[in-house]
Design a protein. Structure first.
Length: 243
């Protein structure tokens, strides 16, 4: 990737988002990093203080998010890349409503809100790249975490809609990348017996490469693409037996 560019990363305080900040910093980007945990933001800023600016933000506070977004754009003038990593996911077999609601609020409402802010900015600029972390979970339902799996399906469809909407942008310079990890070794990985857990550094390296290549969609690690093929055709009654 080239030098002198600007990126915003939502959900940069840990896991995939934090890892991506460090890749962008190595490539000379100016970075606006957001999240709720102030101490994590401050320790991240210290990694490259001349390049990383931090903004404390809860994406569920929609007006505050708009203000933070506006402030970042005013400071940076133009934005080349926006990466959406903020998300939550809990196993919730009891269907405890506050847990389901919180997941939907963060992964559906707040996510669509940020996708929209990004798309409208890029339409105005006539260039830009929105990369968002959805999940392999988008492909099917799951009895342990219904809201999480459904929220990821929402993200994938919304991102595809935005991709279709790029047709309306005359310059042809706006890109949408949908990143679908399998299991990545962060605190988010759901469950105890985790299958094909990708180490965080490997996942971040592959995600950063996919963003650089402006891929439309990508599975992380890449071998999850084979699982995705199977998941798309397997009948629900089989999933019901094994999962
Ligand atoms: N790890 C996996 O196995 C896996 C697999 C597929 C997809 N994903 C997706 O990858 C994305 C990143 O997750 P991760 O694995 O890197 O886990 P993580 O370390 O828990 O990162 C989640 C990030 O989201 C931020 N966030 C959550 N709620 C927020 C809120 N209300 N406002 C602002 N920021 C918020 C967190 O920051 P604060 O808490 O500081 O606010 C944190 O920076 C998520 O969308 C997740 O669904 C992960």
């Amino acid at each position: 990737m080239s030098q002198g560019k600007n990126v915003i990363i939502f959900g940069a305080t840990s896991g995939i988002g934090r890892g991506l900040v460090l890749f962008f910093a190595k490539d000379g980007y100016q970075i606006a990093a957001t999240g709720r945990r102030k101490d994590m933001l401050e320790s991240l800023r210290k990694e490259a203080p001349n390049q990383i600016a931090v903004y404390e933000n809860d994406v569920n506070l929609l007006r505050e998010t708009e203000q933070v977004f506006r402030k970042i754009v005013e400071t940076f003038k133009t934005i080349d890349v926006i990466v959406h990593c903020s998300g939550i996911g809990d196993e919730n077999p009891a269907l405890d409503w506050p847990t389901e609601q919180n997941t939907l609020q963060t992964n559906v409402i707040a996510a669509a809100h940020i996708y929209g802010l990004a798309f409208k900015l890029f339409r105005k600029q006539q260039f830009g790249h929105l990369a968002a972390i959805s999940s392999i979970a988008s492909l099917r339902g799951n009895r342990h975490a219904p809201a999480y799996f459904a929220s990821k399906a929402f993200q994938v469809n919304y991102l595809e809609s935005l991709y279709l909407k790029t047709k309306e942008i005359k310059s042809g310079n706006v890109y949408i990348t949908d990143i679908r990890p399998g299991f990545v070794n962060t605190k988010m990985a759901l469950g105890n017996e985790i299958f094909w857990l990708t180490p965080l550094p490997k996942a971040v390296r592959q995600i950063y490469a996919a963003i650089g290549q402006k891929r439309r969609k990508v599975y992380i690690s890449h071998r999850w693409a084979w699982i995705a093929l199977a998941l798309k055709v397997v009948p629900a009654r089989l999933i019901r037996i094994f999962k």
